[in-house]
Design a protein around this ligand. Structure first.
Ligand code: SOE
Length: 387
């Protein structure tokens, strides 16, 4: 990495490509990462669209084939912002070519792919090459603060977790069919797209793993208009998934991921109840964390609204004065910063591909359970009874 720069080659130019571009750009201009990212090359099969993104965000070059990108000697990291069916092939090729990798979530479309990716990442790590998966909500300051307080023991022993990810963009039965609604591209529907985030958050925040699930999934609208306007196509993934789970420390958890929660746009709602306190969060009010101290005088105790914008709060020191809140895109900058610093220091960045594989195993168990009348389905490899 000449001159302490990390030359990024990004594959994909759509929603996530834009979010990552913004993240890399602001990591450079707002903060002082240990290595500077260079927006070197953007790759997309539609090179005109990739070139348009390059113009808007300042990417230095455009290519049309990810293999060409991975083969380039002037690239240090491959940032994968494509649908799930391409993750395994690109990530493994990139790691084998000695490039660090940031891969969008969910890690893959199947457990088998995720296992191969985690193995490739482990082989690469031994050569000083690192891989991370893009569960960006970990980097929302209020969620990072919740993690800190949980890990400090302020919540005590966790008894209950309620985790929801609620969107409503499919309630209109005429919303067109897109790649997110096709199993061969996306692996699953609401489950993998947004359920993966809350599974990751629950495992990350509590430090425990989901050991088993009982699940229901549903596809409410099975045919949707094709984007071309000519006819209809089949929806082959779930619209919604709800499931119960046990955590390795003994807590009971409920999860709900849906694109049919009318009126809820991007509501990630978490509530964690422990012996010493409780924490609650809703992404639709993302600069706020609710905290209940269960050790306080009951006459005065109750949930307090903590505005997470102080310079002492995670990630806040580099941004605005207190009260000037952050938004969705800032987590992508925090992701870039954490990754740059980990690479500069030769540390394994988080979440690792192994953590991504752990989420993938829960996703698969949910599908297995839902296909078999909600049968209780243990998660292979989870740490039963850990504390
Ligand atoms: C679409 O449902 C989506 O963009 C997800 O793919 C993202 O991971 C989530 O952050 C917002 O919603």
């Amino acid at each position: 990495m000449p001159g302490r720069t990390l030359r990024v080659g990004m594959v994909g130019y759509a929603f996530m490509g834009v979010a990552h571009s913004q993240g890399w750009r602001n990591a450079r201009s707002f903060h002082n990462p240990l290595i500077e990212p260079e927006l070197a090359v953007v790759c997309g099969r539609d090179t005109a669209k990739a070139a348009e993104l390059a113009r808007r965000f300042g990417w230095g070059d455009v290519v049309g084939d990810w293999r060409e990108l991975v083969a380039r000697e002037d690239i240090d990291l491959i940032d994968i912002c494509t649908p799930g069916d391409t993750h395994a092939e690109i990530a493994i090729a990139a790691l084998e070519a000695g490039k660090h990798v940031l891969c969008e979530k969910p890690l893959a479309n199947t457990v088998a792919e995720a296992e191969a990716m985690a193995e490739a990442a482990e082989r690469a790590r031994r050569r000083g090459v690192h891989a991370s998966v893009g569960f960006t909500y970990r980097r929302v300051p209020a969620i990072a603060l919740a993690a800190k307080w949980l890990w400090e023991g302020r919540v005590g022993c966790v008894r209950h977790v309620r985790a929801q990810y609620l969107q409503d963009w499919l309630t209109d039965a005429n919303a067109p069919l897109s790649w997110r609604l096709r199993k061969e591209k996306a692996g699953s529907g609401a489950l993998g797209d947004i359920g993966a985030h809350i599974i990751d958050l629950v495992q990350h925040l509590t430090g425990e793993s989901v050991t088993g699930v009982s699940a229901l999934t549903e596809t409410f609208v099975r045919q949707r208009p094709l984007a071309s306007g000519n006819g209809f196509g089949e929806v082959t993934v779930d619209d919604a998934a709800v499931f119960l789970g046990r955590l390795s420390g003994g807590a009971l958890a409920t999860f709900e991921a849906t694109r049919f929660a009318t009126g809820r746009k991007n509501a990630i709602r978490l509530e964690i109840n422990g012996t010493e306190g409780g924490l609650a969060f809703d992404f639709e009010d993302m600069n706020v964390l609710w905290w209940h101290d269960n050790t306080a005088d009951p006459a005065e105790a109750g949930y307090r609204r903590v505005v997470v914008t102080e310079p002492e709060h995670p990630y806040l020191a580099g941004w605005w004065p207190p009260g000037h809140g952050l938004g969705y895109e800032h987590a992508f900058t925090h992701q870039a910063l954490d990754l740059l610093d980990a690479i500069a220091q030769g540390r394994q960045p988080t979440p690792s591909f192994t953590e991504g594989l752990g989420v993938q195993r829960v996703l698969e168990a949910v599908q297995v359970s839902a296909a078999d009348e909600s049968r209780w389905t243990p998660i292979p490899g989870s740490r039963v009874g850990a504390s």
